[in-house]
Design a protein around this ligand. Structure first.
Ligand code: C5P
Length: 231
């Protein structure tokens, strides 16, 4: 079974604000770039073979600085204007390697742990995608434009999606190519593209630690978390 990974890291991270260290995937937490933590988790996973890092054309130097000599297991390709397009370009780079499965992960989720990777790899199936997710525990409210609550949304059966999402390679590439041809660029994760294209997706338990760094405060908290965990 050949398993590859696509790590998307071509965004500008505008919501995290400006930093002299560059976009958020290159900000330092625990003394190292966010992306180097993320990449290391995949390099440490013996089930994963080739890793494609999808980066922005202006970030080559930052990537090389952050990741150093990662060796032949990780290649880079240039991403596109949306996460969806960056993912598609990462998948295209894998065609010549013909993996059976691909794990697609946000470069800005550096706390991805080996036990979650194991859980996902153990659930791989040739006709089903795998989505790590957490059952929603907060009470959900729907509010109108005036901020007045109009409904309480039942949360039974609702999950918050994480990455890495894992798929049989050929079907997820087909799904991405179909979305591209259809001019659809509004999908917010790969599972949504799979669902739209008719590929079944099942949930496995995600991890509360596997947070996505979006805002400046997320990066500060991640840095503190590293100091606590490894200090
Ligand atoms: O911006 P956001 O945090 O939602 O992005 C999620 C992931 O997708 C990040 O790792 C980001 O670098 C990546 N991305 C990308 N290409 C884009 C936009 C986002 O690879 N054009």
């Amino acid at each position: 079974m050949k398993v590859a990974a696509v790590i998307v890291a071509a965004g500008r991270g505008e919501r995290a604000g400006q930093s002299t260290e560059g976009p958020k995937q290159y900000r330092r937490i625990g003394g190292e770039a966010v992306l180097s933590h993320t990449l290391r988790a995949f390099l440490d996973c013996s089930h994963v073979g080739l890793i494609v890092s999808v980066i922005h054309p202006e970030d080559r130097h930052l990537y090389e600085q952050a990741t150093g000599a990662v060796g032949a297991r990780a290649i880079t390709v240039i991403g596109g204007p949306t996460r969806q397009e960056s993912t598609r370009l990462g998948l295209l780079a894998l065609i010549e390697h013909q993996p059976d499965f691909v794990l697609i992960h946000d470069g800005v989720r550096p706390f991805i742990a080996q036990d979650l990777l194991q859980r996902i790899v153990q659930t791989l199936h040739p006709a089903i995608g795998v989505l790590p997710a957490l059952a929603v525990s907060d009470t959900l409210k729907q509010a109108g434009p005036d901020a007045h609550v109009v409904a309480t949304v039942p949360r039974a059966g609702l999950y918050a999606a994480q990455t890495p999402q894992a798929f049989p390679f050929a079907p997820i590439l087909d799904a991405h190519e179909a979305a591209y041809r259809a001019g659809r660029s509004d999908f917010t994760d790969d599972a949504a593209i799979a669902e739209w294209h008719g590929l079944a997706v099942r949930v496995v338990e995600g991890s509360a630690d596997n947070t996505k760094l979006t805002w400046a405060k997320d990066i500060e908290m991640a840095d503190k978390r590293f100091a606590q965990d490894h200090g």
